[in-house]
Ligand binder design. Structure first.
Ligand SMILES: Nc1ncnc2c1ncn2[C@@H]1O[C@H](COP(=O)(O)OP(=O)(O)O)[C@@H](O)[C@H]1O
Ligand SMILES: [Mg+2]
Length: 235
């Protein structure tokens, strides 16, 4: 399996009970999985464990044949090939759109880096906004910058934590369709966290229901039947 997570357990310091109580999942390459659960059910904690921002009590996380953590090892976040988009986008306020996207590309040479930035700007349809700062952009545009920045280093796995929660409803509906198209176009394996069932149904190939720190049930959505790679994103 492209992503394999086995029996993940985690408790915050000082907590009486484990927040994550044996979370396991297998994800195929290019699949979009929604993790759906109530507030406080442990969704963000699971993403933080996958990203390497927290260390599990026990459990195994493997992404693209790379053992991110198991009983003997813990790989730091920057080596995991995991791209992240947070609820508040966390853009660098003192950097333009272009510089925000360029940020994670230090492993490429200058020519490759320039080409990749152009490609990402075009992908999220922000080429003409390249010299703007985050405060000069709408919420939807900021979200597209955050996505472009996360996708630019070609992460093996993209994780998104409630990325629509700061958008108004009409924008949210438009963007989630575009986002699905973009993720399928780029073949990006994705875990998308939400508390909104409609978001999960619109975006994911599979919905995983989380409750009390583990999986309650899983369903496949109808989305794969309707994907059309010819339709461009964010126009
Ligand atoms: N840094 C922290 N320290 C202690 N407890 C935390 C911390 N972050 C989250 N929690 C607790 O862990 C549980 C799961 O939180 P979280 O993963 O953020 O849930 P969700 O993203 O599903 O809303 C909650 O009960 C929350 O209060
Ligand atoms: Mg959360």
């Amino acid at each position: 399996m492209f992503v394999q997570i086995n029996d993940l357990h985690f408790s915050y310091k000082g907590a009486h009970e484990e927040t994550i109580k044996g979370f396991s999942i297998s994800i195929t390459k290019g699949e979009i999985v929604s993790l759906l659960g109530d507030s406080g059910s442990g969704k963000s904690t699971i993403l933080r464990l996958i990203a390497g921002l927290e260390m599990p009590n026990q459990g195994v996380v493997v992404v693209n044949d790379c053992v991110c953590c198991d009983d003997c090892q813990f790989m730091p976040p920057e080596d995991r090939g995991v791209g992240m988009v947070f609820q508040d986008y966390a853009l660098f306020p003192h950097m333009t759109v272009e510089k925000n996207i360029r940020f994670g590309l230090h492993k490429l040479n200058r020519k490759e880096r320039n080409a990749r930035v152009e490609e990402m700007l075009a992908l999220v349809n922000l080429t003409e906004f390249r010299h703007r700062y985050p405060y000069e952009l709408s919420g939807g545009q900021q979200q597209r910058v955050a996505l472009a920045r996360a996708l630019a280093p070609k992460p093996a796995l993209l994780i998104l934590d409630e990325p629509f929660s700061n958008l108004d409803t009409s924008l949210q509906h438009r963007i989630r369709d575009d986002l699905r198209r973009l993720l399928k176009q780029t073949g990006t394996t994705t875990i998308f966290v939400t508390h909104d069932e409609e978001d999960a149904e619109a975006l994911a190939d599979r919905i995983v229901y989380l409750g009390e720190g583990k999986i309650k049930k899983q369903i496949m959505t109808e989305n794969n039947k309707t994907f059309n790679p010819q339709i461009p994103c964010f126009v």
